[in-house]
Design a protein. Structure first.
Length: 185
């Protein structure tokens, strides 16, 4: 049985500004139903990730993936770290720990800010721990684009959208225009 395609709430919705509640019981029917609906939603949209508050669920649940390849020039994949990409991953109550002080800049978009991109500083290397959909704890190390995606999605759980992290607003604009600039010789 498949889930429902959920509506994505846009920037400006007050829920996107709040810190989310921890999930008490990962196996609860409502959490498992939310996960199924989030999976259906990301497959329908064809995105890299989604956080529960983006679908009006103020709980600490994230789904993400890292594609093996992309035609989007804004996404700076790092196949040297994840040559096969990273399959869809469900994270419940994730926690992130930077592994170094190294910060890298990269373009980010967001389903809650459709059509926009911004250049955002992120930790290059992180360790993250979370509960999987079965409620079991997992820990991973991530570098490059993988680390960027995890940090972006987990920011949503603390009421932070990527424009709040942009250092130079000249690096923020409409995706179509930014990509045109990238493709110029």
């Amino acid at each position: 049985m498949t889930g429902r395609v959920l509506q994505i709430v846009p920037m400006g919705n007050p829920l996107l500004k709040e810190s989310c509640k921890s999930v008490e019981d990962p196996l609860a029917v409502e959490i498992q139903s939310l996960i199924k609906d989030m999976e259906t939603t990301v497959e329908y949209i064809g995105c890299s990730g989604l956080a529960a508050p983006q679908v009006l669920a103020p709980v600490r649940v994230v789904i993400f993936r890292v594609m093996k390849t992309t035609t989007n020039p804004a996404y700076q994949l790092t196949p040297e770290y994840d040559p096969e990409g990273v399959p869809w991953t469900i994270m419940i109550n994730p926690k992130i720990m930077p592994l170094s002080e190294e910060i890298t800049m990269g373009w980010e978009g967001c389903l809650s800010l459709p059509g926009l991109l911004g250049k955002v500083p992120r930790h290059h290397s992180i360790q993250y721990t979370y509960l999987n959909r079965q409620g079991e704890e997992e820990t991973r190390i991530a570098h490059g684009f993988h680390a960027r995606v995890v940090q972006h999605e987990c920011d949503h759980l603390d009421g932070i959208l990527y424009p709040q992290r942009i250092k130079n607003m000249a690096d923020f604009g409409f995706k179509e225009e930014i990509i045109k600039q990238m493709e110029r010789p």
